[in-house]
Design a protein around this ligand. Structure first.
Ligand code: F1P
Length: 427
């Protein structure tokens, strides 16, 4: 084995051991200390000054404990957070600042966990097409266990680390390691104003207004998606996309007024043993996110597939106990639509999310959700995410659960030095 490879193997071995044992470089220790201080600073606030966290906690305590109330409010607030995202990043021209630190050319690599990983995959798929550059996304653990292989395979020199909480240990450890790689520039993205990502990354973008009080990601997912769509539009000088994103919030407010209750009442009618979400291209990653929303909010069994892949085996589960949601794409809509009728004949219940409907789709869909937008497909992605958020919420409520506080989950997966999750807490 050539010396270079052996050296790399050893280094990788040391890197992995250090990362997994939670060994910290100085910035990370400093970062943790900064977090602890932050906690102490809050206690020293002047008497009578209500810290935001305490204010939020009082709102939580005062609001009648209606299951799913917070999650529903956050889902319906998405157009407002998109407006705030556009305004915030438009005002101080953060996007220009990002372009000064990061070149338009790739290869780019996104690193994240959970919904933030599916969000990263969605962005990577869109950027590859929009910017014509190599753009990948991996779960943070993939980078931690195969750091050099991941960088070699993706050729990444610019890495984006996405974490709504800014506390997910795998993401922070990845940022910690990347800081030791001189040739890499890192862009942190979080809804946490005080994340140690700030100290670990070359530049960090913060969206505190998009954070959720409840557990699962909804408006943080779509707001970060829109931020990167805006960044992509700026990179690609695509003014039509930028203008479409400007129009999206108002159009979505109207759309929610017409469709939110329709989706919620359909979801409340009955529950199924299996929930399937199908999507092609970038919609595949929205299908994965939709399946995760359904699982998190309702503890149901949900899976996501590439639409036409469903015929290659998974189709065996289609039947009266299966509800199948199609997120139809512009490129494959005609072929994807043929599958709807096939699965309906097998007894499955079908929900179809499509931009412009057709008589055939009306016939084959048990619930037809039409977006009705003239905007390009990218600009519709955030809206396309909403039906599954509402579906997961209602199925969870129908099962007597509280989607605001899902079973077994915490807002952030924080691991101890031994690699095991620290006790459940609201991060
Ligand atoms: C990622 C995440 C969420 C998931 C749960 C645990 O968090 O996996 O996607 O819904 O809340 O954390 P983050 O790194 O984006 O904060």
């Amino acid at each position: 084995m050539p010396a270079f490879k052996r050296f790399n193997e050893q280094l990788a071995g040391q890197a992995i051991a250090a990362l997994l044992l939670g060994a910290r470089t100085a910035p990370f220790r400093k970062g943790r200390a900064a977090e602890r201080n932050q906690g102490r600073r809050v206690k020293k606030d002047k008497p009578g000054v209500l810290h935001k966290k305490e204010a939020d906690a009082r709102v939580r305590r005062s609001a009648p404990n209606v299951a799913g109330k917070q999650t529903l409010a956050e889902i319906l607030s998405q157009p407002d957070t998109w407006i705030k995202t556009g305004a915030q990043f438009g005002q101080n021209d953060t996007l220009a600042k990002v372009l000064r630190h990061f070149s338009r050319e790739g290869p780019w690599l996104f690193v994240a966990c959970g919904s933030s990983y599916y969000l990263s995959r969605t962005i990577a798929a869109q950027w590859t097409k929009l910017l014509g550059v190599t753009c990948n996304a991996v779960p943070a653990s993939e980078l931690l266990f195969a750091p050099f292989e991941t960088l070699k395979r993706t050729g990444a020199r610019q890495v984006v680390l996405v974490s709504r909480s800014g506390k997910t240990t795998e993401v922070l450890r990845a940022a910690d390691w990347l800081k030791t790689q001189e040739q890499i520039r890192t862009l942190g993205v979080t809804c946490n104003d005080n994340s140690v990502l700030n100290e670990l990354c070359t530049l960090t973008l913060k969206l505190p207004w998009a954070d959720e009080q409840s557990m699962v990601m909804t408006r943080s997912f779509t707001s970060i998606l829109i931020l990167f769509q805006r960044l992509g539009a700026r990179h690609a000088s695509d003014s039509a996309l930028a203008a479409a994103l400007d129009r999206l919030p108002q159009k979505t407010m109207k759309w929610l007024g017409v469709n939110a209750d329709k989706i919620r009442s359909f979801a409340a009618q009955r529950q199924y043993a299996n929930y399937v979400f199908l999507g092609q291209g970038a919609h595949y990653w929205l299908a994965q996110e939709a399946a995760l929303k359904m699982t998190e909010m309702s503890s149901s069994y949900a899976q996501g597939y590439h639409t036409l892949e469903f015929r290659h085996g998974p189709k065996s589960i289609a039947g009266h106990e299966t509800m199948i949601t199609f997120l139809l794409s512009d490129a494959a809509e005609a072929e994807e639509s043929l599958l709807i009728g096939e699965l309906k004949k097998l007894g499955a219940t079908t929900m179809v999310v499509v931009n412009h409907t057709t008589p055939a789709l009306r016939r084959e869909s048990d619930l037809l959700v039409e977006l009705g937008m003239d905007e390009p497909e990218y600009a519709r992605m955030a809206l396309t995410s909403i039906p599954a958020q509402l579906l997961g919420l209602e199925v969870g409520l129908r099962k007597g659960l509280n989607p605001d506080v899902p079973k077994n989950l915490s807002r952030a997966v924080v691991l101890g030095a031994n690699g095991a999750p620290e006790k459940r807490r609201r991060a």
